[in-house]
Design a protein around this ligand. Structure first.
Ligand SMILES: C[S@@+](CC[C@H](N)C(=O)[O-])C[C@H]1O[C@@H](n2cnc3c(N)ncnc32)[C@H](O)[C@@H]1O
Length: 316
């Protein structure tokens, strides 16, 4: 933003912000400028465009100017506003969690489709609340998958794990924000290690002592899947600002899937469903891991860009 000599009005603020962010090479610079001005003024987009002549207060000009400078230097818009929408729900976002991505909504769609097919096969009614389902979300991050599923399936119990305690703190706040804390049990864990399976009728103690865990009906995960060797190709917003533990799955990217699929095989019920998000080039490696007699009905779903983004399978 240029130093202001006259009072700054909304239209001018937007025009100058578009130019500043475009010059800095910020992707979707128009949207970013709008979101930052909305945040600085505490207004929505409709208000901005309905009040182009409104004079902006000095304190708001200072805030907007500093947000623009940080965005131009590469900080993600969501770290500046502290939020991101996912599955039509607003999530708190901090530098401790991956910013929920629109592609991940395909994971929710596949989960709901697979569960619906299972219900139809079992001759149950088509609309159901997930009553009695035991679900695990591995690498929950902001909690976006776990919270979206809790809203869609109010009868389900969800175990959400993450290796990062800082991420789990954000996920817990998001569950509280959406009033689903009672449905989701957050666990600091490598993959599913903290979920010891207790056979029905068995008496030995589970690590999940307060909620005796039987075999799971569904395991879902958006694991870290970028290869470290791809780091230099990432946008600075991602490489320099999102948590490494959330981004990189190993040198190639798909390394974590082998352990995750092995654990899922041991912890799913027969007929249980596994749904995994895929990196842009992970499909061949992951498909191979599911190409064993334990798994059936393996299918991939493309995202809107035509990239295989989700793989799902059923445990025999
Ligand atoms: C790609 S992010 C996904 C976050 C969120 N589920 C989403 O879809 O936006 C991967 C998450 O897995 C967690 N993670 C990485 N390695 C893990 C491991 N070995 N066990 C459990 N969680 C892990 C990271 O901390 C991060 O929160």
């Amino acid at each position: 933003m240029k130093p202001q000599t006259a009072p700054l009005i909304v239209r001018t603020a937007l025009r100058e912000a578009f130019a500043q962010l475009r010059a800095a090479g910020v992707p979707s610079h128009t949207l970013a400028a709008e979101l930052l001005l909305m945040h600085a003024l505490g207004r929505d987009r409709a208000w901005l465009y309905a009040h182009p002549e409104e004079v902006i207060r000095d304190s708001e000009v200072h805030l907007f100017t500093s947000l623009l400078a940080r965005r131009a230097a590469g900080e993600p818009t969501q770290h500046l506003t502290g939020k991101q929408e996912f599955w039509s729900l607003e999530f708190e976002v901090t530098p401790d969690v991956l910013i929920p991505r629109p592609e991940t909504e395909h994971v929710i769609e596949v989960v709901l489709d697979r569960l619906a097919v299972r219900e139809i096969r079992a001759g149950h009614k088509q609309t159901f609340s997930g009553e009695g389902l035991q679900i695990a979300d591995v690498g929950t991050g902001s909690g976006c998958i776990a919270v979206a599923l809790a809203k869609e399936l109010p009868g389900a119990r969800i175990y959400a794990t993450d290796i990062s305690s800082a991420a789990l703190a954000v996920a817990r706040r998001n569950a509280a924000r959406h009033s689903v804390s009672d449905q989701i049990h957050f666990l600091e864990s490598n993959l599913l290690d903290a979920l010891s399976v207790v056979e029905a009728g068995a008496t030995h103690e589970s690590q999940v002592t307060r909620h005796q865990l039987l075999f799971l009906d569904l395991i879902v995960s958006n694991p870290p899947y970028i290869g470290r060797r791809e780091a230099s190709t990432l946008m600075r917003e991602v490489r320099d600002h999102e948590p490494e533990i959330a981004l990189y799955g190993g040198e190639e990217g798909y390394e974590l899937y082998a352990e995750l699929i092995a654990q899922a095989g041991a912890k799913l019920k027969p007929g249980g469903i596994l749904v995994l998000e895929l990196g842009h080039n992970s499909l061949p490696a992951v498909q191979l891991l599911l190409d064993v007699p334990l798994w059936t009905n393996v299918g991939a779903t493309n995202d809107l860009a035509g990239i295989p983004r989700v793989i799902a399978a059923e445990r025999l």
